[in-house]
Design a protein around this ligand. Structure first.
Ligand SMILES: Cc1cc2nc3c(=O)[nH]c(=O)nc-3n(C[C@H](O)[C@H](O)[C@H](O)COP(=O)(O)OP(=O)(O)OC[C@H]3O[C@@H](n4cnc5c(N)ncnc54)[C@H](O)[C@@H]3O)c2cc1C
Length: 348
């Protein structure tokens, strides 16, 4: 099913007007967030996974930060039964700790003192908690009695949130989160928290493919309106062969990723879950495509492309984080490499 018309219109027409402000202030205005809740944008799963990913792509043309909020807000309930949001509240995802996100297991210091009924008291500290600035419910990975386990906590005084001042995804609510005697409830299988967190992160990785597609569309729209018809040496910029080749490169790779996304969504529908390799491929291609597209965008805009506060400047900064968010590029490549080596070994 596709996006409801009022959500589509809102993200298409209202978001671009406010996107520069969100980036500048590192914050989504309260009234805008309330409107998103009113439109049930954090509960798009009821229209199917396709609607979630359409919303991420559309938002990311002007605000990958809002695309990211929508992604994290919705993927939590794609990944886990029983964590459904009707759209009136927002989930925040808190896995990474100050010691380093790549090696989740050995850096996990946050502790959960758990009772028999699955309730727990959590103490610790998280970094890069997506949506934490606005979140109503916090998904937290902590060390329980049987090892790493997932918990959920309502926003409460023991959760102190400090928005991080990043150069990418400004306003997406990514924050440092301090947890002091936080009342929480176990939502996962005891001791299986890392695997279950990674299952959620796979949907996030896939979502980065959609953010990248939105970024490329945003770049092409910028080029269309500010560069391609500019007259240089007696002809329009878009008539030079080298320029056409750059546009062709973006179009070709964008269509390839679009097709991959469609096939992956179909597979998720059929299998009821995402294949971790598809998620990894989406994330790797996303980082490469979005960074190449924003490089071309700046190049073809010339001096204008280097102007602070423009859409292309924002998209360029946002594209950079696609190689780090959801797991460093190197770690994701390792995962794909191991899979490919195993796959081809069987032929010999
Ligand atoms: C935009 C954004 C959103 C995020 N959202 C969330 C979220 O919602 N929840 C959450 O908990 N966390 C989130 N994170 C954190 C993210 O998961 C981590 O930043 C990521 O896993 C990398 O961890 P790190 O930053 O601690 O880098 P480190 O683990 O310290 O790694 C630093 C660098 O070392 C290199 N490296 C690491 N391991 C290897 C290896 N095995 N081989 C080769 N090189 C390696 C890589 O170049 C890597 O970039 C987010 C981060 C960003 C940027």
């Amino acid at each position: 099913m596709s996006l409801p018309e009022n959500v589509y219109d809102f993200l298409l027409n209202e978001l671009p007007k406010i996107a520069p402000q969100i980036d500048r202030d590192n914050e989504v205005p309260k009234s805008f967030l309330e409107k998103m809740k009113e439109l049930k944008i954090f509960g798009l799963n009821k229209y199917g996974i396709e609607a979630v990913y359409q919303a991420i792509k559309l938002s990311s043309r002007s605000s990958p930060a809002v695309g990211h909020i929508i992604s994290i807000g919705n993927i939590v309930s794609i990944g886990r039964e029983g964590l459904y949001s009707d759209g009136s509240f927002l989930f925040s995802l808190n896995v990474t700790e100050p010691g380093g996100g790549t090696d989740i297991k050995s850096n996990l210091k946050t502790e959960a003192d758990e009772r028999e009924d699955g309730s727990a008291i959590i103490n610790g500290e998280k970094v890069f908690g997506s949506n934490a600035q606005y979140g109503d419910k916090f998904i937290i990975l902590a060390k329980g009695p049987e090892g790493p386990t997932l918990y959920v906590a309502d926003r409460q005084p023991g959760i102190k949130v400090e928005p991080m001042d990043l150069i990418s995804f400004r306003g997406s609510g990514i924050s440092r989160v301090y947890l002091k005697n936080v009342r929480a409830l176990r939502i996962g299988t005891p001791g299986r928290g890392i695997r279950e967190a990674l299952e959620l992160i796979n949907y996030e990785r896939f979502g980065y493919g959609l953010i990248a597609l939105g970024i490329v569309e945003g770049v092409l729209m910028e080029l269309e309106s500010h560069a391609l018809s500019k007259k240089i040496f007696g002809k329009e910029l878009g008539e030079f062969q080298s320029v056409k080749w750059m546009i062709a490169e973006m179009e070709t790779k964008m269509e390839l990723l679009n097709s991959f996304v469609d096939v992956t969504i179909e597979k998720i529908r059929k299998n009821g879950r995402i294949d971790p390799i598809d998620a990894a491929i989406s994330k790797i291609v996303a980082g490469e495509l979005a960074q190449r597209a924003t490089w071309i965008g700046v190049q073809l805009l010339g001096g204008k492309g280097l102007t602070y506060g423009t859409t292309i400047e924002r998209l360029t900064r946002d594209a950079r984080s696609l190689d780090i968010a959801g797991g460093a590029r190197e770690v994701v490549l390792d995962f794909i490499g191991d899979y490919a080596i195993k796959k081809y070994k069987q032929f010999f």
